[in-house]
Design a protein around this ligand. Sequence first.
Ligand code: PMP
Length: 392
Amino acid sequence: MRFPFLYAFTNLGKDDTLLSEKNFVRPFRTRNNKLNTGELKMNNWEKNVRKVEPYTPGEQPKESGIIKLNTNENPYPPSPKVTEVMKNFDTDNLRKYPDPGISILCEAISERYGVNKNQVFVGVGSDDVIAMSFLAFFNSGKPVFFPDITYSFYDVWANLYNIPFERKALDKDMHIKKEDYYGENGGIIFPNPNAPTGLMEDLKDVEDIVKNNPDVVVIVDEAYIDFGGVSALPLVEKYENLLVVQTFSKSRSMAGMRIGYAFGSEKLIKYLNDVKYSFNSYTLTNLAIETGSAAVRDDEYFRKTCESIISTREAAKVRLKELGFSFPDSKANFIFATHKSAYAGDIFEALKKKHIYVRYFNKPLIDNYLRITIGTPEEMERLYEALAEIVG
Ligand code: PMP
């Protein structure tokens, strides 16, 4: 197990005065949800520092000419309407603070999705939306439930806020077992489709989880919903305690602009906004608000690029199978694949040498899998060629 503070304090042994004193780390939960009460020598000021093991984002390599299939970005550019806004953007606007209510973007989203404007929350990527939601909604002291194989930021936020949590094992086919989420808990979060498996749970099962948890907030993280999934958005009208989170980072090709949003009951969204305004009033930049509004209004481009990715993904399923890979049936813009004989870590390294980046998680349960983002058909061809050389 890795303890971040051990890295942080490796210089301590050089100072004998420090070693003569015994200091203790304030107990905190590790990534594996174990309470760490480890003894450690440190300066007094450090004793009350919040110790966290941070999330590790996927690599953003600086080299050019690479094929980047490691962070689930969209291989297509954002809508031309976004480019137009960027070109015409008046930099004089930057003198002013942005609209704290993010009105024009909330309006554009509410029109596109047919909900009331007061049922929309916008943040700096869905990471920000979810982080705010943990802070706002998971305060009972009871454990929050999420799958054992899932987005690896959930336990990081839980640890950051000292929220207890329980990981629920997926079934043998990597699906969520809904009954596991019926016990007493402090809230629920899961991605649908799940990441990194790409598997989609039926809307009926999602509703069962929400229905069985009327006393807590249930968050459905739909970062990858636009690649063939069925959204839980209609359930928001029925369940006051449901928050559905989506993002511009994947299906709208705007990971770099950092725009995430959520749908919920007016009451839920009001609570979330209260926390946001207690944290940072001006979350989105003027440019993000304007380009985001343009992107959400260009539905034709959005549908076209999503369809391209879906068809490339379905083709990838055939090609990867031929190369000896197996995988859950993804409804996302990535495939979570394991090979019948080659070890995932080795394939990952070999691909990297060929300047092709995919994602490898060196973690229990998933250390023999690669998460491969769907690129353009041309990028995927280069991937198959490289894989044929590596595992063929
Ligand atoms: N949820 C899931 C399941 C994700 O994979 C990601 C992408 N890392 C996010 C949320 C956050 O995406 P963003 O902050 O770019 O909207």
